[in-house]
Design a protein around this ligand. Structure first.
Ligand code: SAM
Length: 238
């Protein structure tokens, strides 16, 4: 099953709180400084494959090295990933998955999946990432798309699952060690009755044998130029 882009959803807002630790003031300062950098040095462009969503995107002159990031934390939030794109497209084409529901976007990066959920009428959307610069990017990207998203810097994987209805995880199986903690967390969410959807172009660490394929779409991916690859949307059996 391959589907072409279509975005029947409109803008919605989501703001009700989920009990997570708020960022301390020093982190807020870093987020504000990063947002100023992003607004000045990245381009607000239609997301490849999902033109209804616009994202601040890095280009050759962005020189993200000026953010002073360590070499082992790539700026994933500045680029598009097939896993997030395929999941965002699936949500936009099937808004009932999130409509009126509390949604967590785990490993949110640019926020593309969270933005799709908010545009489709989710009751509240929380975007979580370990990278503080992703939190900055999600805030800017949410504003650019006219939606409200609660962006929180935290690593949930060793914590109890949050109280949400739907957990969305786009392209978070890119690393074997991360995959080893991501799968048990998502399985625990599923066991607690949450709907779990993973978007992924079958990267090597994806535990495909423990997932069920829900849909497939041809989507662009970082590093593949203007070409498309097949991305999958996967569920976890209860
Ligand atoms: C390849 S990017 C995908 C971003 C976005 N979901 C998308 O598809 O465009 C993976 C993201 O997961 C985040 N991440 C990695 N480990 C994480 C963890 N333990 N908890 C939350 N986010 C994590 C990274 O910082 C990065 O932003």
């Amino acid at each position: 099953m391959r589907r072409r882009p279509s975005t029947p959803c409109s803008t919605a807002t989501a703001s009700a709180p989920i009990p997570l630790d708020e960022a301390p003031a020093s982190r807020d300062h870093r987020v504000a400084a990063t947002q100023a950098f992003i607004a000045a040095n990245l381009r607000l462009l239609p997301a490849p494959g999902i033109p209804d969503i616009r994202l601040y995107t890095a280009h050759a002159a962005s020189r993200l090295s000026r953010l002073g990031r360590s070499a082992d934390t790539p700026p994933y939030w500045a680029y598009n990933w097939a896993g997030g794109t395929v999941l965002a497209r699936h949500i936009l084409q099937n808004p009932g998955i999130v409509q009126g529901r509390r949604v967590l976007d785990l490993g949110s990066g640019s926020g593309i999946v969270a933005i799709a959920a908010a545009k489709c009428g989710a009751a509240e959307v929380t975007a979580v990432d370990v990278d503080p610069d992703a939190i900055a990017a999600i805030g800017l990207n949410a504003t650019a798309n006219g939606v409200a998203i609660r962006a929180v810097q935290t690593d949930l994987l060793s914590a109890e699952p949050l109280s949400v209805n739907v957990v969305l995880a786009g392209d978070v199986f890119y690393d074997a060690a991360l995959a080893g903690t991501m799968l048990p967390f998502l399985q625990a969410c599923r066991e607690k009755g949450m709907e779990v959807l993973i978007g992924d172009p079958r990267r090597t660490p994806l535990p495909i044998g423990q997932l069920n394929l829900v849909a497939e779409y041809a989507v662009p991916d970082f590093g593949h130029g203007t070409g498309e690859i097949i991305g999958g949307v996967f569920g976890i059996e209860p």
